[in-house]
Structure formats: structure tokens, C-alpha cells
Design a protein around this ligand. Structure first.
Ligand code: ZN
Length: 171
């Protein structure tokens, strides 16, 4: 049965579960409403940070880390690599898990890697207005798209001071 077209949800409390869930009366599918995973990267090149100026809402015209929703049958790192390619035409090399940031209000879990590029070449993809490498002192703090972007870039300084990865944060 096609799951997308059949669902007719009813709230049900399942055995061993404390909460009511939306259970499809036709196919039995349970919609837990679990968070979606966003994969992104702090991308560095010679002490500079690659940021993308968003050409889509939310955060249109503001700067962000290359990131996006992980797709079906994709690993988190594959998602981060694909997004970096789509948004900035760069081939990132993932070095570490930098942090995990939970955005409770938007039901999103963001996994942020520490990645590198081996050349300064980048150009905006279809969802970006611009892409640019910034020195840390040049980061446009007032024009960052999301709290998680600011959080990650601030934590980078802690990381440089010797704090251990990964960082954990939430909104
Ligand atoms: Zn169904």
C-alpha cells in the first residue's frame, strides 16, 4: 500500500508507550513526529571560514554554513558533502564531528562537521546568492541566518583554545 496516500491517522496509545501517537488506521504506520536531521559543516580553508548567503527562505540574504536535510538512504556525512557541493560547488573533506545542535522548536537535530577544502575555489549554487571565505574577524555576526550558525562559529574559538569536540547545544 502506498504510505503517502493511505494514511488516516487516529491517536492511539500503544503497548509499552507513554504517549499517544498518530497511528494510520489503514496501514498501521506510526507517525512519531521525530526530528529531522540536518547535516552541515564548518568549512575551513587556511584559517578562513566558508559561508553561504542564503537565496531561499528562511534566512534569505543571511549567511549560513553549508547544510541541509539529510535525504533518504543517505548517511549524515554524505548529506553534508552533498549540501556543500550543491550550495558552494566545493568538495569538502570531513575531519571530525564538531557538534550536535538540537532545535527543539523546529523539530530539527543538526549535526555539524568540521571540514576542509583544499582550494579556495567556490561559487554559489542554486540556493545561494553568494559564497565567501571569511577570516574569523570578518564573520558577519549580525547577518548570520540561524542561532545554530552563530553557536557553531563561537564554539570554534573554544575549540581553538583546546576544548574537546564534540560540542552540544540547543535552542
Ligand atoms: Zn497508512
Amino acid at each position: 500500500m502506498n504510505k503517502k496516500s493511505c494514511h488516516k491517522f487516529k491517536k492511539k496509545k500503544l503497548a509499552g508507550d507513554e504517549h499517544y501517537r498518530n497511528v494510520c488506521q489503514l496501514c498501521g504506520y506510526i507517525d512519531y513526529g521525530s526530528p529531522q536531521v540536518v547535516a552541515g559543516s564548518i568549512v575551513t580553508y587556511k584559517n578562513k571560514f566558508l559561508l553561504c548567503k542564503r537565496g531561499i527562505h528562511p534566512g534569505y540574504g543571511l549567511w549560513t554554513l553549508p547544510s541541509g536535510f539529510v535525504e533518504k538512504n543517505e548517511s549524515v556525512e554524505m548529506g553534508a558533502m552533498r549540501e556543500a557541493k550543491e550550495e558552494a560547488f566545493i568538495k569538502i573533506k570531513i575531519k571530525n564531528i564538531f557538534g550536535v545542535y538540537s532545535i527543539k522548536k523546529r523539530n530539527i537535530i543538526q549535526i555539524i562537521f568540521l571540514s576542509r577544502i583544499s582550494s579556495s575555489f567556490c561559487k554559489p549554487g542554486i540556493e545561494s546568492l553568494d559564497v565567501k571565505l571569511f577570516k574569523y574577524s570578518e564573520i558577519p555576526w549580525k547577518k548570520l541566518a540561524f542561532p545554530s550558525v552563530k553557536w557553531a562559529l563561537k564554539r570554534f574559538k573554544d575549540y581553538k583554545k583546546g576544548k574537546k569536540l564534540p560540542f552540544l547545544g540547543n535552542d
